[in-house]
Design a protein around this ligand. Structure first.
Ligand code: FES
Ligand code: FES
Length: 205
């Protein structure tokens, strides 16, 4: 008497099924083997410092930086310009605001190497060479627009950007366009008053 056939109704044999299962199971192994053979760049090489040329407050700086260094850390830890403050380091508080080519930038969210060839202004670069404060700095003093002062450099740089953008036409505008700069001491009414004064002085209104 002949043996019963092992072929299923659709003609797919048990032997073929097992062969397919085994090859599918082996696929990730083969893939990981292929990956393992790809050239591996040592971590240490990726972290080699590169010379980064920055122009800060009209002065040239040549800094040796890990390419992942934020502009904020480059300013504070490498250029020695600690006026720019680190609050959240996540783009949420505005304490690190600087001007890049005249525009407001959160320096904690920008890699230093992205800013080569651009003009960076920090709070240290606002006063004129004879020591006269920028009108926005003077207005913050005149209106007592700070308490602890930690947010103040970022507030001042952001306020200058806000006026330059034409977003300081009203108190509501100022509150809206300065809303990215948090003040834990809640000096907001004084900050708005300071910006209005500096706006009028710098625009001759
Ligand atoms: S430190 Fe950059 S936004 Fe807070
Ligand atoms: S003055 Fe203290 S956080 Fe603004």
């Amino acid at each position: 008497m002949s043996q019963p056939s092992v072929a299923s109704n659709n003609g797919f044999s048990r032997r073929r099924f097992m062969a397919g299962t085994v090859s599918a199971a082996a696929a990730p192994l083969l893939a990981s083997t292929a990956q393992a053979e790809a050239p591996v760049i040592p971590q240490t090489k990726l972290r080699q410092p590169v010379v980064t040329s920055l122009r800060i407050n009209e002065q040239p700086y040549e800094l040796s930086l890990d390419t992942r260094t934020s502009l904020l850390d480059a300013l504070r830890d490498h250029a020695g310009l600690t006026g720019t403050k680190k609050g959240c380091d996540h783009g949420q508080c505005g304490a690190c605001t600087v001007l890049v080519d005249g525009k407001r930038v959160l320096s904690c969210l920008s890699f230093a190497v992205m800013n080569e060839g651009k003009d960076i202004t920090t709070v240290e670069g606002l006063a004129s060479s004879d020591g006269k404060l920028h009108p926005m700095q003077q207005a913050f003093i005149d209106h007592d627009a700070f308490q602890c002062g930690y947010c103040t450099p970022g507030q001042i740089l952001s306020a200058i950007g806000c006026v330059n953008e034409g977003h300081a036409e009203s108190e509501n505008d100022i509150r809206e366009y300065m809303s990215g700069n948090i003040c834990r001491c809640a000096a907001y009414p004084n900050i708005v008053a300071a910006i209005l004064q500096a706006r009028d002085e710098t625009k001759g209104a």
